[in-house]
Design a protein around this ligand. Structure first.
Ligand code: MG
Length: 373
């Protein structure tokens, strides 16, 4: 299965004020379209942007396939679908360039719904009363069964390509095109933050939402202990450190990686390693602990966060950790897919006190911070 997103940004709308079309205006310091493209990175296999022919030079820096827009939105979408034809794309999301705050949850829900339906799109129920009128109210309209449509609107690729090629034109959106071809379009829950920037006030609201998202910081801590047993080395933070003993455990007993993994699950409020990988399940016996850490990082991405930093402290008299610190940070960075400067590994002794002081085992503590992607 190959997924693609078409971001439609060929409009000339300047109702938001200013000289530039709204998708090129700055939102929190960068163009609206940059935010929109970023929202899809890592969530689909390909991103293609539909641009007004005049804007092609401006968009070259994206390093993405660009498609020249047509005279109407439908024509723009059709150009993009044509450009993807025969490339193996099976699911396509069609998204307004002026909806920069679309969330990972909405994107994921639309893609998932396409397993069961030809089309799927996010929407929110209408909750305000509806009136007819001009200067005065002339009547009311029932709101039951009415929805506020959002994007991305998702479709199985071959179906929407054929539907667009067959459509006479004049459709309000791609859902209308799909329905005209007889396809079912499922409604998935939209998001109030997934607003379409139209007026200057929308930009102010979007900036407030972005500010709130930046402030969404999640902290987690983890603690783990493993006892020594006979062996020739200990796994610590993804590195096998030669030692006269090994650590006892159901998996490879990497006490540092376990503490770190639990810190990440903790930051997400998603339990701990034992919940996701029950020790009673024989398939995890002797498992490499990186399986757990990779899973925790997948959960971070799925929830729309990135790791800001993490800090692991190993508590033991021996082996000496210092000579292996850099290798440990490097190993964790590779597993977690983050830069090494976001990862700290340090060690301390417990002054020969307690179980770590008596060299009965090793303890590890970890802290991590997650921020909104
Ligand atoms: Mg453990």
């Amino acid at each position: 299965m190959t997924t693609a997103a078409i971001i439609v940004a060929a409009g000339r709308g300047t109702r938001a004020g200013g000289d530039l079309p709204k998708q090129w205006q700055l939102l929190a310091g960068k163009p609206v379209l940059d935010h929109t493209i970023d929202a899809f990175f890592g969530r689909v296999d390909r991103v293609c942007v539909v641009i007004h022919p005049d804007d092609l030079p401006r968009a070259a820096r994206f390093g993405l396939p660009l498609v020249a827009g047509g005279a109407t939105r439908a024509e723009s979408v059709r150009n993009a679908l044509d450009s993807l034809a025969g490339t193996g794309v099976t699911k396509v999301l069609i998204h307004d360039g002026a909806r920069p705050l679309v969330t990972p949850r909405v994107i994921g829900d639309v893609l998932a719904a396409l397993d069961h339906s030809v089309g799927a799109a996010p929407a929110l129920p209408v909750t305000d009363a509806l009136w007819r009128g001009g200067a005065s109210v002339t009547g009311t309209a029932p709101r039951d069964g009415l929805w506020r449509a959002q994007t991305p609107q998702g479709f199985r690729f071959d179906a929407i390509l054929a539907a667009h090629r067959a459509h006479p034109g004049g459709a309000a959106d791609d859902v209308e095109v799909a329905r005209a071809a007889g396809h079912d379009v499922r409604i998935v829950p939209g998001d109030e933050d997934n607003l379409k920037l139209t007026f200057a006030a929308d930009f102010a609201r979007a900036e407030r939402i972005l500010k709130d998202r930046k402030m969404d910081i999640r902290l987690g801590n983890g603690y783990d202990v493993h006892a020594f047993t006979e062996g020739d080395g200990v796994w610590l933070c993804g590195v096998k450190v030669p030692h006269g003993r090994a650590l006892l455990g159901h998996s490879d007993a990497d006490v540092g990686m376990h503490a770190l993994t639990d810190a990440i699950y903790g930051a997400l409020a998603e339990g701990d390693i034992g919940v996701h990988f029950p020790p009673s399940d024989p398939q995890w016996k002797g498992a490499a602990s990186e399986i757990f850490l990779r899973h925790a990082m997948q959960r971070v991405a799925a929830r729309g966060y990135v790791l800001a930093n993490c800090d692991v402290t190993l508590v033991c008299e021996r082996p000496k950790i210092g000579p292996h610190q850099a290798a440990m940070r490097q190993a964790l960075a590779a597993i977690m897919g983050v830069e090494m400067d976001r990862i700290s590994v340090k060690a301390t002794t417990s002054e020969r006190l307690g179980f770590t002081g008596r060299e009965e085992g090793i303890a590890a503590l970890a802290t991590c911070a997650l921020v909104r992607a």
